[in-house]
Write a protein that binds this ligand. Structure first.
Ligand SMILES: Cc1cc2nc3c(=O)[nH]c(=O)nc-3n(C[C@H](O)[C@H](O)[C@H](O)COP(=O)(O)OP(=O)(O)OC[C@H]3O[C@@H](n4cnc5c(N)ncnc54)[C@H](O)[C@@H]3O)c2cc1C
Length: 503
């Protein structure tokens, strides 16, 4: 019997784990090396005072019957291991604007979405309908994102998909307030009004309109379920053993070196880490430098400052939606343009579910956009040793967020038991992501050639996966994992298998 082809994967985040699980299921011998002592990357959780917090996956989607993640997890046999609470049908996202005290509810399903938003903008209902139809049409065009096979690559799709999200929204309405409201969820994809390609806005919007939800008890359950698939097939995920060097021979990876000093070889290698972090592991004298320097130079999306609040028991009601607040409509696209005094310009907040029937919230997580520049003065420090002035900076940020929160929850202070926080430096150091980029490499429709990253590389036995290729998050990263694995299995075959498993 022919021996299994062997794969080494760098990084056990969503990208590495989905690749590992798919390839294990399809008969490859998989080894994953993970820097952190906990598996999961963005799925990673931590505990404070016994309370579990998610770090990088708070809101999910596409796990509803027929959704792409439902189908992918069902093919992997892990769907029944996941506990998911769908967000409220009538309001999965609540947007509050301070200046006129208005609230906008995004409701689930395209019809209900149009109906609900149409009530706020009765004279614009037809335009809202056309906008939603166009969003869905964009999503239908990209076959792969529906787990359907197509020969067309992302670069060959029509220009309509590659126009900016701002131009796209502007083409449906002259109403400035509606334009602003349709863009309000842009922190979910680090949107830049006239730079982010509309396909990103379309996928993320439809993803949540169709099936927004949260993991009950935290996101680590998905990492554990994927790891189990790998181990059941004889593969292994090695936590706390990072890849420290990659040796190249004749345009191939010859071997990698891990932190324990071992040299390790495989037929194929997959990198699931930030391209700049990968670049640092390579022996640059043996590289086609122009390719790697282009990849290394791709600008990154902005980062965030996160506040983790432990709430006093039974004092703060649980809510089953994702909340957003900003002071005025004109701030929609400028959360990353701030001064020390007017930060944060917006915030996203959630009460993660502990059970599927919570009445009170145990915790509140608040994410606010922050640029790496803001913490650059501490860039040469490491976790726990950043100094007193950094701690003072963090405390000031925490207080500024709580002040913003009081605009939505005037009595919030009386419910706070304790607070913890994470800055762009935390994101950089925990995931090894350049500049603590929230969603990795930035996509710019004005320079797609610069921001395009293929799963294939100039090294013959190295493939890429993860959020820097195509699309980030719990939707984008698993779908890119399918593309990456398709290079080894045959994409058409793999998609057939996934779809057959769902018949
Ligand atoms: C604060 C925050 C909130 C977010 N909220 C959401 C959300 O609600 N919904 C959503 O869909 N997305 C969200 N995202 C985005 C999402 O977390 C990412 O898109 C996703 O986790 C990226 O997965 P990945 O596998 O590409 O990379 P990562 O999760 O970064 O995984 C890479 C892994 O590689 C490891 N690694 C790095 N270097 C090495 C090395 N040399 N050797 C071995 N291992 C290495 C890292 O430790 C990490 O585990 C959020 C992100 C952040 C930061």
């Amino acid at each position: 019997m022919a021996s299994k082809q062997s794969i080494i994967i760098i990084g056990a985040g969503i990208g590495g784990l989905f690749c590992g699980a798919i390839l294990s299921k399809e008969g490859f011998s998989v080894k994953i090396f993970e820097k952190h002592n906990q598996i999961g990357g963005g799925l990673h959780q931590f505990q404070r005072e016994g309370v579990v917090f998610e770090t990088g996956i708070h809101v999910i989607g596409a796990f509803q019957p027929g959704g792409v993640l439902n189908r992918l997890c069902s093919y992997l046999g892990i769907l029944d291991k996941l506990s998911i609470l769908p967000e409220d049908d009538d309001c999965f996202e609540l947007f509050q604007i301070g200046s006129d005290q208005k609230e906008y509810r995004f409701a689930k399903g395209s019809e209900r979405f149009i109906e609900t938003l149409g009530k706020e903008f009765p004279e614009e209902k037809e335009n809202i309908t056309r906008y939603v139809q166009a969003l869905y049409a964009i999503c239908d065009t990209v076959k792969h994102y529906n787990l359907e096979y197509s020969e067309t690559s992302m670069r060959e799709y029509p220009d309509t998909l590659m126009q900016s999200v701002g131009d796209f929204i502007d083409s449906f309405t002259e109403n400035e307030r509606l334009r602003s409201v349709l863009g309000l969820a842009n922190p979910l994809y680090a949107g830049e009004q006239y730079k982010t390609p509309v396909y990103i806005h379309a996928f993320i919007s439809k993803f949540y309109i169709e099936g927004a939800g949260r993991f009950v008890g935290g996101s680590q359950q998905l990492a554990d379920a994927l790891t189990q698939v790998i181990r059941q097939s004889g593969g292994e995920v090695y936590a706390g053993n990072d890849v420290t060097h990659i040796e190249i021979e004749d345009k191939n990876i010859d071997h990698i070196v891990t932190a324990d000093g071992e040299k390790r070889r495989a037929d194929w290698y997959i990198s699931s880490i930030h391209p700049s972090s990968l670049f640092k592991l390579l022996d640059t004298s043996k590289l086609q430098r122009s390719y790697w320097t282009r990849i290394d130079a791709i600008p990154n999306s902005y980062s965030s400052f996160t506040l983790y609040i432990i709430l006093k028991p039974n004092t703060f009601p649980f809510f089953n939606y994702t909340g957003y607040y900003q002071d005025d409509y004109n701030m929609t696209w400028t959360h990353d343009e701030y001064t020390p005094d007017n930060w944060p310009k917006g915030m996203m907040y959630i009460t993660p579910p502990v059970t599927s029937h919570d009445t009170f919230a145990e915790k509140l997580i608040v994410n606010c956009i922050m640029n790496f520049e803001t913490v650059k003065q501490w860039e040469n420090t490491t976790t726990g040793k950043r100094g007193k002035d950094y701690e003072t900076f963090k405390q000031r940020c925490e207080q500024q967020i709580i002040k913003q929160l009081e605009k939505v929850f005037p009595d919030i202070r009386s419910s706070i038991q304790s607070v913890y926080s994470a800055s762009p430096l935390t994101i950089r150091d925990y995931y090894n992501r350049k500049e603590g980029a929230l969603y990795g490499a930035k996509k710019d429709c004005n320079n797609l050639a610069l921001s395009y990253i293929s799963v294939r590389t100039k090294l013959k036995n190295l493939l890429l996966t993860g959020q820097n290729v195509n699309l980030h998050g719990i939707l984008g990263v698993p779908l890119t994992a399918v593309t990456t694995c398709g290079e080894l299995i045959g994409l058409e075959d793999l998609l057939n298998k996934i779809n057959k498993a769902n018949l």
